[in-house]
Design a binder for this molecule. Structure first.
Ligand code: FES
Length: 527
């Protein structure tokens, strides 16, 4: 009987096995590890890079020798579709080699909260929530230990009243008790999530004594019943920026008797407590290094940390990365094309769940645009070249789950141009204000759900991110939720969050003289 080799996939903590002659990619797929493999193992996409941490593999193939630099090979990097184990091995999987389906599972791994919990009554629980414009993430935490005992995710039900914050502000102003409706549906959904978590962890809602909620300023104001009309026009002034402590019962949350809800301070109309929570969780704000921290969403918040100062801004990047305003756009769910790559004259693609594709999610459309650049199928202006026509067939009808071709249009490319330019301008202006250029950055932190899924190479290729070495980037996941949990169990972390909010300087991008010329410049692509 042939020997079976054990394969440890880190940092996932997943274990698989391979028979002699099977590749690491075979073993990953058999173990349910979502290793990117756009070319299906042909050795042409270079997406399946892994690093050997322990054990022995077959020598690098000719494909690997041409795909990987000498330095990468010396550092242990290999292509999983080419390398076969010769012993038990341990592999490090770089974030960019993982598909989003897997990353969702990574997010499911319990996050250690390193702060010391305050002294709480035994058996007391707390609720931490990140209220996003599109998605809600909630965590039920045992307060004595800081351990998350249950978590729940849901779409923000306010989407039914408007896709983005501007349309929700408009709804709140237009409809009788519009703001009240938005608050009511949100609280109902949060209560449902709470009951779901309580049931799964066998915890009574009565034992939930404390809660921390973070979100952008519009979500924050709508949740607590503050006016939002003034957030819809310049100078986008929040009704209140200071931290709030409100009895849960007055907000309609079904927590224990006397439970308190803490909302950390907001910074500006478009920089909310979720950004503060991210800076807290990543500890970027207190770093002696030059750091840029970005959370990409419909609104993208960016902070630059340098010389003990934190400067932030908000960019109107739009909903393209949520799949909105894209012809075949959809959210990152099964059947969405999430990865694409130019290889040998064609665009290779990969869908979530390896299903026949039915649309393209944000990371996929960004990859497609980068692939069009690589294939020289678009001009620097984003216009499709004449040979291409007015749209590109990405997947022919026979291979889609739509029964028709899946196409990418000129307008899709334009949406990505607007989004990537808005983000790039924001970070360039913040860097200028801090007396830095991107080459001065020691770290580039990318937070948030989309930031976790995007392929950094495409973000750099399209010009959304500056051309820094990939090792400068850190994709940290949904850091705002971690920051909310930290504040839930530690009063000191609440004080720290309030210190960040006091110290941070906000830059209004649209009032900067360089804004328009920079925006026009970064609309273009390098071909
Ligand atoms: Fe290995 Fe494409 S799957 S190079």
């Amino acid at each position: 009987m042939s020997e079976t080799f054990r394969i440890d996939f880190e940092p996932l903590g997943r274990r698989g096995a391979a028979l002699p002659g099977q590749t690491l990619l075979d073993a990953a797929q058999a173990a349910g590890v979502g290793l990117a493999s756009v070319c299906g193992g042909a050795g042409t996409c270079e997406e399946c890079r892994v690093r050997l941490a322990a054990g022995t593999l077959t020598p690098p193939t000719l494909v690997e020798q041409s795909a990987l630099s000498k330095g990468d090979l010396a550092a242990g990097f290999r292509l999983a579709c080419q390398a076969e184990p010769l012993s038990n091995v341990k592999l490090d999987l770089p974030p960019e080699s993982l598909t989003s389906a897997q990353r969702l599972q990574v997010e499911g791994v319990e996050t250690d909260i390193v702060v010391k919990p305050a002294v709480y009554t035994p058996g007391a629980y707390g609720l931490a929530v990140d209220i996003g414009t599109t998605k809600l993430a909630a965590y039920l935490v045992r307060l004595e230990t800081g351990k998350t005992v249950a978590k729940a995710g849901a779409m923000n039900p306010q989407i039914a009243f408007g896709e983005d914050v501007i349309s929700r502000i408009a709804y709140a102003g237009r409809e009788p008790d519009g703001a009240g409706n938005l608050q009511k549906v949100l609280v109902e959904t949060l209560n449902n999530m709470l009951l779901e978590m309580c049931a799964s962890a066998s915890v009574s809602p009565d034992s939930i004594l404390d809660a921390v909620l973070v979100g952008n300023t519009v979500m924050h104001h709508l949740f607590v019943g503050l006016p939002v009309e003034q957030l819809g026009h310049a100078p986008f002034t929040p009704a209140i920026t200071s931290p709030l402590n409100i009895p849960a019962s007055s907000l309609g949350l079904i927590l224990g008797s006397g439970a308190n809800v803490y909302l950390p301070p907001v910074v500006a109309g478009y920089v909310g407590a979720d950004h503060i929570a991210m800076l807290l969780a990543t500890e970027a704000w207190a770093s002696p290094l030059n750091i840029l921290a970005i959370d990409i969403g419909t609104n993208t918040e960016i902070s630059v940390v340098s010389n003990g100062k934190v400067t932030c801004c908000s960019c109107a990047s739009g909903p393209a990365f949520e799949g909105a305003h894209i012809h075949e756009g959809m959210r990152a769910s099964p059947g969405a094309i999430e990865r694409a790559r130019w290889s040998e004259g064609i665009i290779l693609w990969q869908s979530i769940g390896d299903l026949p594709p039915v649309g393209i999610c944000g990371s996929g459309i960004l990859d497609v645009v980068a692939a069009l650049q690589d294939g020289k199928l678009i001009k620097p202006t984003g216009v499709l070249k004449a040979i291409t026509g007015s749209e590109i067939v990405l997947v022919p009808a026979a291979q889609t789950g739509l029964g028709r071709d899946l196409v990418v249009t000129r307008k899709d490319i334009h949406e990505i141009q607007l989004a990537k330019s808005a983000i790039r301008v924001g970070l360039e202006i913040l860097l200028q204000n801090s007396g830095l250029t991107y080459t001065d950055l020691d770290e580039f932190i990318v937070a948030g759900a989309f930031g976790t899924y995007l392929d950094l190479r495409s973000a750099v290729r399209t010009g959304m991110f500056p051309p820094l070495p990939l090792k400068c980037f850190q994709q940290v996941g949904t850091a705002a939720g971690i920051g909310a949990k930290q504040m839930l169990i530690s009063v000191n972390k609440r004080i720290e969050a309030e210190t960040i909010a006091r110290q941070i300087d906000y830059v209004e991008l649209t009032s900067q003289k360089d804004f328009t010329p920079l925006f026009m410049k970064h609309l273009c692509f390098e071909i």
